[in-house]
Design a protein around this ligand. Structure first.
Ligand code: ADP
Ligand code: MG
Length: 360
């Protein structure tokens, strides 16, 4: 049963992809170990992420999306290091193997894997109390590439983001709202009503984009590779701009100033004009919202033109949203010469308490 399941949903459908990358995949599914050939003069990058049903995804989520997102979150880590994907392994725990679910899962996984030239090279399949997806990705980069370490930001550099930070958090709220579960994210019924009303007043087109960003994030692998000559520090946004940037600020020993105007410009590039009624709230969402899988990076001012050229050529949009300063902490400026510290309290509304996970 287990062997047949592996063969039907993983070995057979993924064989052409492994075959197409046979110079990298020395041995794929079917032996005791997989074997990856790291090109000479390159170094290996490895990252793992686990998604648990009821914690990281809803039981009724489309299995296609569950799989695509699980692989996307792993690929996003490679992107944030400027690494080229080489392959991934899949540890799958199933409560009850259901053909329809597995078929959707396999298709979503293959879709994402094919899109990023990342063959499935092996894994393990087990029974367990609920469905769990644990993926490890392997990537490589030339030895000369330093991997955009978080300690490499320097005062005077620009701060850039890709896409629209916060959009996926809007999508998460929409997903809860659709299921009548907003109260799970809020401290009080009043807060849930307020959030419900705000979400209800969003244009339908934005709801659609937000749900798409939450359910089907696109890892910025090509962007990560293109940034190799330019970025100093880089990370993928998983905990919201303010929280994630703190990692760069602390590890680099610098302060980071975020500018409200370009952050709002990210929203208006999608929404058109942002009404003042929504501006503060959207700004807050950008600072606190997680699960974006967008890249956030610092780069020398000397590279500004090259990065702008890059932004014109490729999806997603890139926005210069701040700068690195000497000092410490994360600051928000409104263009009036004043910068205020981004306090935790100011952006913790509606965050699932104690965790960024979905409630079971
Ligand atoms: P072993 O007993 O050597 O651990 P398994 O029976 O667990 O072997 O797996 C058989 C083969 O199938 C191995 O090559 C393994 O890497 C692969 N495999 C098992 N589960 C998966 C999965 N979910 N996705 C991809 N490959 C898998
Ligand atoms: Mg095994």
């Amino acid at each position: 049963m287990e062997f047949e399941l592996i063969r039907q949903y993983f070995e057979v459908p993924f064989a052409p992809l492994a075959q197409a990358h046979r110079q990298v995949v020395g041995q794929g599914i079917g032996d005791d170990c997989a074997q990856l050939c790291v090109p000479e003069g390159h170094t290996l990058f490895v990252s793992s992420d686990t998604s648990v049903e009821g914690v990281h995804f809803f039981s009724d989520d489309a299995p296609f999306d569950v799989a695509a997102k699980a692989l996307a979150s792993n690929l996003s880590d490679l992107a944030a290091c400027g690494a080229q994907p080489m392959g991934f392994s899949l540890n799958l725990t199933l409560a009850k193997p259901q053909p329809a679910w597995l078929q959707g899962f396999s298709s979503g996984l293959l879709h994402m894997a094919t899109g990023h030239a990342c063959p499935l090279i092996g894994g393990d399949t087990t029974h367990g109390p609920c469905n769990m997806v644990s993926i490890t990705v392997y990537g490589c980069a030339p030895l000369s590439h330093h991997g955009f370490h978080r300690s490499r930001a320097k005062a005077g550099q620009d701060l850039w983001v890709s896409g629209l930070p916060g959009l996926a958090r809007l999508g998460m709220w929409m997903a809860y709202r659709q299921r009548g579960l907003l109260n799970k994210l809020c401290e009080s019924p009043g807060e849930a009503d307020q959030l419900d009303e705000r979400l209800g007043s969003m244009p339908v087109s934005l709801s659609h984009l937000a749900l798409q960003a939450f359910n089907r994030p696109e890892p910025r692998v090509a962007l990560g590779l293109a940034l190799r000559p330019y970025a100093s520090a880089c990370l993928d946004l998983s905990d919201g701009l303010a929280g994630d940037l703190l990692h760069i600020a602390q590890q680099s020993g610098v302060a980071i100033e975020l500018q409200a105007q370009p952050l709002l410009a990210c929203w208006s590039s999608t929404l058109g004009q942002v009404s003042s009624q929504h501006a503060d709230w959207l700004l807050d969402t950008s600072l606190s919202g997680g699960d974006d899988y967008e890249l956030c990076f610092t780069a020398s001012v000397d590279h500004r033109q090259a990065i702008e050229d890059l932004a014109r050529q490729a999806e997603p949009s890139l926005f210069r949203v701040g700068r690195v300063l000497s000092g410490q902490g994360i600051w928000l400026s409104h263009g009036d010469g004043q910068a205020l510290p981004v306090g935790k309290a100011s952006f913790e509304h509606f965050r699932p308490r104690g965790t960024t996970s979905l409630p079971s």
